[in-house]
Design a binder for this molecule. Structure first.
Ligand code: ARG
Length: 479
């Protein structure tokens, strides 16, 4: 929803009785949060309705007042959704803007809404409600991305590629196995968000400014109406801590870390030096000077935006660390980092799910793949760099040689092959036997890429049959 924020030189404010001079214009701009916290509006209204209904049920305000408040707030919600609500900078934040508009509409009943409540418990209730909804979007975004990864992994369950350690060819793996590593990471990410939601989903309202309120409120009733799992049990903690926002941002930072690693790989793989994949043009741009260039902008930006999200995490942690209990205005600074974290994460997940997608038919139209895989280049790279050297060592161990000796014998064989510029499997049997007399003709089966893959046949291993099983297990979890 696009909203217009305007300035209006109003004389009075909600605390004007205590002050001798109006707040300076620059200070108003400095302290106002409506320019960003208007995003909480629907949740602010939802919270106010639940609070008013509780006040009515407890006979703190009349049922007629509750009715007027409900109708007034419903009207305001419509105006906001239609982009017709006039947000005023002078009214500082989303809460005071809505309350003032309500009072203009319904009179005294509007002034009674804030009974037994403070903006301190109100704002953190709003943020929790907003973040709860946002967490659900994030979890579903993670699910869509996992779905793309699973389809891709299934299509490449036996596609051979070199596995790397230290970015040196290490052992052959399947591309499906490599992709499934990210499915695992995202699975833990989903759990982290679900877990963080449990702690976030507690009601602060009732804490009022910091110490609770003298009215006979019913906090459980408000919690139930708003779908909270319970109430925050200490009023000082309820209004002051933002750990739930920090946890969310931490979980988001980890997702970005995972996607940044994958991005780094996509960037490498799409470089003509690797040529393992070709990222679809819709995710790339050209160069204004070098006509041959096709740059992997999207993965590069994901890697770059990861730094931005880490920055927000640091900002939020630093925001909290020096604050004495209870609420301090510092906390107003929680929103922009949090909003930007969520915005960055959600759009990243959406673009990524598309970039990793196999071609699919949607509404009768073939939606293009996110990238194409050059199986030949992957295979070629796996056959260079002695990816099956460990298999040869294991072969010798199975013939009775101690592992350390086998390791040394193979290292010497590799050095010989490097000198001759050939692969281990190109060496004649007689040559191989110079390094270990245990070697016989059956060694060549071990030195093949498929032989190597198939031998790692246990849960978590790269054998294609295990990759298939891992995909089936992941699909069985409701994502
Ligand atoms: N806009 C404020 C915030 O975001 C609302 C709470 C203001 N409370 C106060 N005591 N000034 O934190």
């Amino acid at each position: 929803m696009t909203q217009k924020i305007s300035a209006l030189n109003k004389k009075e404010s909600s605390w004007s009785g205590r002050f001798n001079e109006p707040v300076a214009e620059l200070v108003k701009k400095y302290t106002a949060s409506v320019g960003f916290d208007y995003r909480l509006a629907t949740f602010d209204i939802q919270g106010s309705i639940a609070h008013a209904q509780m006040l009515g049920a407890q006979k703190i305000i009349s049922l007629d007042d509750v009715k007027s408040i409900e109708l007034g707030l419903a009207e305001i919600l419509q105006e906001i959704e239609a982009g017709q609500f006039e947000w005023l900078l002078d009214l500082e934040d989303v809460h005071l803007n809505i309350e003032k508009c309500l009072t203009d509409k319904i009179g005294d009943a509007g002034k009674r809404l804030h009974t037994g409540r403070s903006r301190n418990d109100q704002v953190t209730t709003d943020v929790r409600l907003w973040l709860r909804a946002t967490t659900d979007y994030v979890v579903s975004g993670l699910g869509n991305l996992q779905a793309s990864l699973l389809d891709l992994a299934e299509a490449h369950f036996d596609t051979v590629m070199p596995g790397f350690t230290h970015l040196q060819v290490a052992q052959p793996v399947t591309f499906g196995h490599h992709l499934m590593a990210y499915v695992e990471m995202l699975k833990r990410d989903v759990e982290r968000f679900q877990d963080c939601k449990k702690r976030m989903n507690k009601l602060p309202l009732g804490a009022a400014a910091l110490a609770g309120t003298s009215y006979p409120i019913d906090r459980e009733l408000v919690a139930k109406k708003l779908g909270f799992d319970g109430v925050c049990e200490n009023s000082l903690d309820a209004v002051s801590d933002r750990d739930f926002a920090i946890e969310f941002t931490f979980a988001a930072s980890l997702v970005m870390t995972h996607l940044s690693r994958l991005s780094e790989e996509l960037i490498l793989w799409s470089s003509p030096r690797f040529a393992f994949i070709d990222i679809a043009d819709r995710f790339c741009t050209g160069s204004s000077i070098m006509p041959q260039k096709k740059n992997p902008d999207v993965p590069e930006l994901v890697r770059g935006k990861t730094g931005r999200v880490y920055g927000h995490l640091t900002a939020l942690l630093t925001l909290m660390k020096g604050q004495p209990l209870a609420y301090n205005k510092d906390n107003q600074e929680d929103k922009e980092p949090l909003f930007d974290t969520a915005d960055t994460l959600l759009v990243t997940l959406e673009i990524y799910a598309d970039m990793l997608r196999l071609p699919v038919i949607e509404n009768g139209v073939v939606v293009k793949a996110g990238f194409t895989v050059n199986k030949e280049a992957m295979r070629q790279a796996a056959s260079e760099g002695f990816a099956t050297a460990t298999d040869l060592a294991d072969y010798l161990v199975k013939k009775g040689m101690p592992f350390r000796d086998a390791h040394e014998a193979v290292a010497l064989a590799v050095r010989h092959a490097v000198d001759k510029k050939v692969d281990l499997s190109d060496l004649p049997l007689a040559t191989l036997q110079q390094f270990a007399s245990e070697i016989s003709q059956d060694v060549y089966a071990v030195l093949t890429l498929e032989g190597s893959l198939n031998s790692r046949n246990h849960i978590g291993g790269t054998a294609p049959v295990q990759v298939k099983a891992a995909i089936a297990r992941a699909r069985a979890i409701k994502m």
